[in-house]
Design a protein around this ligand. Structure first.
Ligand SMILES: O=C(O)CCC(=O)C(=O)O
Ligand SMILES: [Fe+2]
Length: 304
């Protein structure tokens, strides 16, 4: 296993023999899912295998979880059994969950021709996705999001920005504005939740002694002019410290959703089996943080 620091993240490259060992752990398990539920039996079987992974991989995943690295990139994973592998590796980071109004536990980020004609930015479109954190419009956003690359197209970059690096570019007045609960982040149309009265929240708070960010610039409303200017300065700062990763098939990217923002370059879709396709799962380190909004039987949260 080859390990290296990459800007604000860390890279782990799996050796051919470890690649084979990891595949053996999930080879006989068949995960399946529908829009509203998934095989708990398969998830339990996968989770039982977590201790059998190569020790260096276990150590790196656990160290990343409690570190201030913005992301962990694991390269050279097997290219079959990808959903089982996604659930296996992320089981050391947190519990997978989905939002009841959004869909499957493992979402396919892949261009969809009909849906993508709407004027929107989402997992099914191919326009530029500005730097954002995941589910910033819900009360308890995921602690981590993970993206397993099945296929990529040339220029299909994933962007990452460290909030700690971005904050170094802001004034203390701007940082104070970001901490005020004065921002409304609209819920995207594909949730079908347009009539919901949303809470005002801060863009910046802290968690476990580290900064915790929530941001999505399109449609962001601020109560005050100063708040709006601070949000714009934050977005510019995130753009300044941006890193780009061109994911390869067999790579898994786990992003700390408090410490970093992520985004995507615009790309040209092919609409066939060669199209860009990333499988995504949201992770939370403790489901009790969701309180009554969590349904353990189908791993879905509700509400905003
Ligand atoms: O497609 C990417 O590289 C990232 C997309 C994204 O922002 C997401 O899936 O949440
Ligand atoms: Fe995202």
């Amino acid at each position: 296993m080859f390990i290296e620091t990459l800007n604000s993240g860390k890279l782990v490259s799996v050796s051919p023999s470890d690649q084979q060992k990891i595949l053996t752990l999930v080879e006989s398990i068949n995960y399946f899912q529908s829009d509203k539920e998934q095989s708990e039996e398969a998830i339990n079987q996968i989770h039982l295998q977590k201790e059998n992974m190569p020790q260096a991989l276990i150590d790196n995943l656990l160290e990343f979880k409690d570190s201030d690295y913005c992301y962990l990139l694991v390269k050279n994973l097997p290219q079959t059994k990808h959903d089982e592998l996604l659930l296996l590796l992320t089981s050391l980071i947190g519990y997978p969950f989905a939002h009841v109004d959004e869909g499957k536990l493992i979402m396919a980020n892949k261009p969809i021709k009909t849906k993508g004609t709407q004027k929107t930015t989402a997992y099914f479109t191919w326009n530029k996705f500005d730097l954002h954190t995941e589910l910033p419009y819900i009360q308890t956003p995921p602690d981590f999001i993970s993206l397993y690359c099945l296929n990529n197209v040339k220029g299909g970059y994933t962007y990452l920005s460290s909030i700690e690096r971005a904050l170094n570019l802001l004034s203390s007045d701007q940082i104070e504005e970001l901490k005020k609960p004065q921002y409304t982040i609209p819920i995207p149309p594909h949730f079908g939740a347009d009539k919901i009265q949303q809470s005002k929240r801060p863009l910046l708070s802290s968690q476990k002694g580290y900064p915790s960010l929530r941001i999505r610039q399109d449609g962001l409303i601020s109560e005050t002019k100063k708040g709006e200017e601070a949000a714009q300065a934050l977005q510019s700062a995130l753009d300044m410290v941006r890193e780009a990763i061109e994911l390869e098939p067999g790579s898994l990217l786990i992003i700390n959703n408090h410490l970093s923002a992520h985004g995507r370059a615009p790309f040209t879709p092919t609409f066939n089996n060669k199209d860009r396709e990333l499988h995504r799962v949201y992770l939370i380190d403790d489901v009790n943080k969701f309180g009554k909004n969590y349904n353990a039987s189908n791993r879905r949260i509700e509400g905003f």
